[in-house]
Design a protein. Structure first.
Length: 302
């Protein structure tokens, strides 16, 4: 595992962050604990709780209890209630303070490194809520404040200077708005966490070939891509993601996300130790020569 600076904090964070939600508990508490132990053995020191659910917080806290707390980075997603179906988004001062205090109580983690607000709307975060978050930071229960999302309102939150962390989608076909937002976050000395590195739009070769390609015109005329039997079929597209020997498309996308030096860590999902270990090997591998150029050519293709 490799490590990077966590923004301007001076702390080191693993290039991979294990993201844990209620789905992590579907195979049982012991399986979830074993997954976290596997992550620790792989050198991962960064974890995100996708919800303030007390059972999840307790499992994570117990699994991490034997590690020096100062060596860990634990984020807690706020704004989605307890993460269960039907629970309301809650960005109120009372709701967020209560969620953090409950998570700390059952987990024994002592503090939350990043309170990460899940895409708050333009009018969803009143001044009282921001004051409550600052109070949590002042008392040491929270060390850093962050926002997560890809809507245009994220630009406003980044520009306020009130947040220390930005969590954002980042993948081979990310748009210019996201890149501009990341640049603005860097200028504010914000740490950047990336997620959605392998989007659904690239999950199969068929999708990767057609992404960014011009559609056929009226009555089927126009540029609709090359015939399948053309040796250059797929040229200028993301098809190479699924055709690179010894690499999966997901591994290429994960490796690419880590090539941006501004990204402190990339969030991954794993359901068992086998998948986790496959993803944990990616930071140790160098991307095949020429892939970065292919990614750029496919990204700008019209």
């Amino acid at each position: 595992m490799r490590y990077r600076p966590f923004g301007a904090s001076g702390a080191a964070i693993s290039t991979l962050t294990l993201s844990l939600g209620l789905d992590s508990l579907t195979r049982g508490v012991h399986a979830a604990s074993d997954l976290i132990y596997s992550a620790l053995e792989a050198g991962i020191n960064s974890y995100r709780l996708e919800t303030a659910d007390p059972v999840l917080a307790e499992v994570v806290g117990q699994a991490l209890s034997n590690v020096d707390r100062k060596l860990l980075n634990v984020s807690l997603e706020l704004g989605a209630g307890d993460g269960r179906r039907g629970s309301a988004r809650d960005f109120s001062a009372e709701g967020m303070t209560g969620a953090i205090d409950r998570a700390l109580h059952v987990s024994g983690l002592r503090w939350i490194d990043v309170a990460l607000l899940e895409e708050p709307g333009e009018d969803e975060l009143p001044q009282s809520s921001l004051n409550a978050l600052k109070a949590l930071r002042a008392t040491g229960r929270v060390r850093y404040l962050g926002v997560s999302g890809d809507s245009d309102v994220m630009d406003a939150y980044v520009s306020t200077g009130a947040f220390d962390v930005l969590a954002t989608p980042f993948h081979v076909n990310v748009d210019w708005k996201t890149r501009s937002r990341m640049r603005a976050a860097r200028e504010q000395d914000m740490a950047i966490l990336a997620y959605d590195y392998f989007p659904e739009s690239l999950s199969t070769e068929k999708k990767a070939v057609t992404l960014n390609q011009p559609k056929k015109g009226l009555f089927g005329f126009g540029s609709g891509g090359r015939p399948k039997d053309d040796p250059l079929a797929g040229a200028g597209t993301f098809a190479f993601l699924h055709r690179t020997p010894h690499w999966t498309a997901e591994a290429i996308c994960l490796a690419h996300a880590m090539t941006d030096p501004s990204v402190s860590s990339v969030m991954i999902k794993a359901w068992d130790a086998e998948r986790l270990n496959v993803l944990a090997e990616v930071p140790e591998k160098d991307m095949p020569p020429g892939l970065s150029a292919q990614i750029e050519m496919a990204r700008v293709a019209a």
